[in-house]
Design a protein around this ligand. Structure first.
Ligand code: PHE
Length: 416
């Protein structure tokens, strides 16, 4: 069984692993979460989030480059920040990755069951979930090279279905809607920025994969950095086009039913079909196909991160016995939870943003500070110094505060 690639993987392959993890179910929440601040505001929030999330990924890379390839959060945080932060980080990482895996199996399994049923065979939900799960889990256990391959195929499919689904909508997007020029005088947008932030943060998460990618590229940090830039930029482009397609056709006030349904994708598609007219015809099927592939690629990326994290945490080796144990701990808890306690994705994405802010923003900034104190500048280094560390750290604090304030009902919520 080939456990590691025999030759150095390509830059594009790594960029696609990152883009595949970033672009996932979180993307489907963005247009709804940014309805309050609307199009212009959403571009600023997306750009800010992209920049901070890329910077924190590069920070993790620099810190990791002082350690043996494959060392993930547990090793780095324990060594540089001590046991308390290691405990907090461990809980936050495990929480986000497990909850995401759970949500992906749920939604991906649902789509598998639906697609198979549409072909004439009635397939119950648990069977769909098991099918979706088994195929993808085997790829992760087998080797990260398979994840790269399958992700490339799925990403190709995503690009095609995304363009087919959103192309006509982007063509029919209207400036007056994007600029909300029909709004009543005195309409306010900025009060809603806080509710948008954590959702966008979740939609840009990929940080469990930095250590895997570093190992994948056999310690070539400069190449990993390029893959992070390329992968996250591709995701940013997709998100901007997505905002254009949705908010350019669906007026701001028409988001009311979507928001009332907690951003459920089917309701979003139904509303866009109502308003988008000709351009939206036939978009539903294409969009569900796109969603399916987006969720599959996120599943691969996220569980690969979780797999390596758990292997590092438990000190289990890369042999067949070690990989089987790691696989059981990675996949069985979310699969069982999914089969026993099914709920939706939208309910959990808010919690994902809150917990993710800890280890995708706060911890990378703190790690870099300690690592520079201890090791000085590495062979690979992030530019930006203390300013960048402060920017990323405050980004994390703002996101955590935003999510808590929204949950406590202390910030205004846009209802359409
Ligand atoms: N970006 C992923 C979610 C994610 C969050 C944090 C880390 C990894 C992945 C999505 O949209 O589905």
């Amino acid at each position: 069984m080939p456990l590691t690639p025999s030759r150095a993987p390509s830059l594009l392959g790594g960029a696609l692993i990152i883009a595949g993890t970033v672009v996932g179910a979180g993307m489907f929440a963005n247009p709804t979460a940014t309805a309050g601040i609307w199009f212009g505001g959403s571009l600023l929030v997306l750009a800010y989030t992209w920049f901070c999330m890329l910077a924190s990924g590069l920070m993790l890379l620099e810190v990791g480059s002082h350690y043996p390839a494959g060392a993930s959060f547990d090793t780095l945080v324990k060594d540089l920040l001590g046991p308390v932060w290691n405990g907090i980080t461990g809980l936050a990482v495990a929480f986000v990755l497990y909850v995401l895996t759970y949500a992906y199996i749920f939604v991906g399994g649902d789509l598998t069951a639906q697609n198979l049923s549409a072909m004439g065979q009635t397939v119950p939900l648990p069977v769909g979930q098991l099918l979706f799960f088994t195929v993808l889990a085997l790829c992760v256990v087998w080797s990260s090279r398979w994840v790269g391959r399958l992700t490339s195929v799925l990403l190709g499919g995503m690009v095609i279905t995304f363009l087919l689904a959103t192309g006509p909508l982007i063509g029919s997007a209207q400036w007056p809607l994007l600029l909300d020029s029909g709004a009543a005088a005195g309409t306010r947008y900025w009060p809603y920025v806080l509710t948008a932030l954590p959702v966008c943060l979740a939609s840009f998460g990929f940080h469990g994969n930095v250590a895997s990618l570093y190992k994948h590229y056999r310690g070539d940090a400069a190449k990993v950095a390029k893959a992070l830039w390329l992968g996250t930029l591709l995701a940013l482009l997709i998100y901007v086009l997505w905002q254009l397609a949705i908010q350019g056709n669906l007026p701001r006030h028409a988001f009311a039913p979507v928001i009332a349904a907690d951003g459920q994708v089917s309701v979003l598609i139904a509303e866009i079909t109502r308003y988008g007219g000709h351009a939206a015809a036939g978009m539903g099927k294409m969009l569900s196909l796109f969603a399916y592939m987006a969720i599959a690629t996120s599943f691969l990326g996220v569980t690969l991160g979780l797999f390596d994290y758990l292997a590092d945490l438990c000190g289990w080796g890369d042999d067949a016995a070690g990989r089987s144990k790691t696989a059981a701990l990675t996949f069985l808890p979310p699969l069982l939870a999914c089969l026993l306690f099914p709920t939706g994705f939208v309910t959990v994405i808010g919690y994902v943003g809150l917990a993710a802010a800890v280890w995708t923003a706060l911890v990378p900034a703190m790690l870099l500070r300690r690592s520079r104190q201890r090791f000085g500048l590495g062979r690979y280094r992030v530019r930006g110094g203390v300013t960048l560390m402060l920017l990323v750290f405050s980004f994390g604090v703002i996101n955590i505060a935003a999510q808590l304030l929204s949950q406590w009902g202390w910030v205004p919520v846009f209802k359409g």
